[in-house]
Design a protein around this ligand. Structure first.
Ligand SMILES: Cc1cc2nc3c(=O)[nH]c(=O)nc-3n(C[C@H](O)[C@H](O)[C@H](O)COP(=O)(O)OP(=O)(O)OC[C@H]3O[C@@H](n4cnc5c(N)ncnc54)[C@H](O)[C@@H]3O)c2cc1C
Length: 391
């Protein structure tokens, strides 16, 4: 285990795909986003420039976009997919256009995900497809359903279309035998999404884990949710796919809870979230006969712990029920070193028109600013590699 403790320190493996100039760009970028006031000003200016239709796409592309995204369409992404696959790291093509309310973009998103499923079937280096519930339906509609409010006739029809988009995607994934991750978002829309994903698991996870729901372990209610879902699955005979993450909407969640005067759904401390995340991973490992795990994390300790659990329980490193996941542009030292040691690793590779992926990019910038230690860790690793390469 001591050797495994040092598994993530190899920067030559971590940055093997980065040219010197890409490494310099990464250094510059993480330096910028480590500065909180700069991120706030930059975000406000970018939002203003986009709303005012100023020609900033080129600037965004050359900086944050190219670091965190694979391109504007699937084809753009393929050279990255192949290069990562050469090093044993898989990709998950993530059409990152979010939060649209009109029907056209929602149908467009469905068409994209269906296309991606065909891609996944053909490409060895792409083991999963993914979508976001609000890519398929209006957030306020999910919210209304989650609150148990009655719908107008128009809203009922609209919801039927959302259900149909989920079902079409899950059915296609099932027919192709491709696993499908469904992201989690704000807690106030998540109840309706959870119910729908459970219906999909019930229908399509009978023999194999096709559908994975995302559990945000910064929510203190998620262990209970997981155990209840598992009980139902055992009773009714379906498999549970768990994508475990800590959660990306903490500030928004706490602010809304305070503003509206309800108890925040978020754990009261980082330590509590960490324990909750560990408990979730442990639980799935204890019940691998009926469950699969995709651990989406950049946390070294959580990744070490999963390595250790696999070792203790005698589960093969490349057991198809266990995946490690990171986001493209972040924590390459975890992804590439894990892959080199034979673990299953996949990186989300976002793509989409520059303007449409801005909410995703802003979340990444804010996350790297707010996650204590993460940016400084990226910077330290890049510095170490620059030194090694004598840049
Ligand atoms: C492959 C992949 C897929 C993802 N998919 C989703 C998704 O579908 N939905 C989603 O919401 N996020 C998703 N994320 C983002 C994820 O939820 C985290 O925001 C991000 O990975 C940072 O957490 P970490 O596990 O890497 O660890 P760390 O950097 O150790 O933890 C940071 C996280 O801890 C939590 N935290 C920090 N401070 C506190 C505090 N004071 N109290 C309580 N909790 C705290 C927050 O969740 C914060 O993001 C995904 C991440 C990856 C890598």
């Amino acid at each position: 285990m001591i050797i495994m403790k040092r598994i993530f320190e190899n920067t030559s493996t971590a940055f093997a795909l980065k040219t010197d100039s890409e490494l310099e760009r990464a250094y510059f970028l993480f330096k910028m986003i480590s500065n909180e006031p700069l991120v706030r000003i930059g975000t406000a200016m970018t939002n203003f420039a986009l709303k005012a239709h100023l020609p900033v796409d080129g600037l965004i592309r050359a900086t944050v976009f190219d670091h965190f995204c694979g391109g504007i369409n699937e084809k753009d992404c393929m050279s990255v997919v192949h290069k990562m696959w050469d090093k044993g790291v898989c990709s998950i093509l993530d059409y990152s256009v979010e939060g649209k309310d009109d029907e056209d973009p929602l149908d467009h998103c469905l068409a994209k995900v269906l296309d991606i499923l065909d891609f996944v079937k053909k490409e060895e280096g792409i083991p999963f497809a993914v979508f976001k519930p609000t890519g398929y339906g209006r957030l306020s509609l999910f919210k209304k359903i989650g609150e148990g409010k009655s719908l107008s006739k128009t809203e009922e029809d609209e919801w039927a279309r959302v259900v149909n988009r989920f079902d079409t995607t899950c059915k296609k994934a099932h027919d192709l035998g491709v696993s499908l991750l469904i992201d989690a978002e704000e807690s106030w829309m998540q109840n309706a999404a959870d119910d729908l994903v459970e219906q999909m698991m019930r229908k399509y996870n009978k023999d194999k884990t096709i559908v994975f729901n995302t559990l945000q372990m910064y929510r203190w209610d998620r262990m209970e949710f997981l155990m209840k879902l598992h009980r139902t699955a055992k009773e009714e005979g379906f498999m549970v796919g768990v994508k475990a993450v800590r959660g990306a909407y903490m500030e928004k969640e706490n602010e809304r809870a305070e503003e509206k005067g309800y108890k925040s759904p978020i754990c009261t401390s980082k330590e509590e979230t960490d324990t909750n995340f560990d408990n979730c991973v442990n639980y799935v490992l204890e019940h691998l006969d009926g469950m699969s795990l995709f651990a989406g994390t950049h946390n070294e300790e959580s990744s070490h712990q999963l390595i250790q659990l696999l070792d203790e329980k005698g589960v093969a490193k490349d057991d198809q029920r266990i995946w490690f996941g990171q986001l493209f542009g972040m924590s390459d030292h975890i992804s590439f070193n894990l892959a080199e040691h034979g673990y299953n690793v996949a990186k989300y590779l976002p793509f989409g028109p520059v303007r449409d992926v801005m909410p995703y990019l802003i979340r990444r910038a804010e996350e790297n600013t707010s996650v204590a230690g993460q940016t400084s860790r990226e910077l330290a690793l890049i510095k170490k590699e620059r030194k090694r390469r004598k840049i």
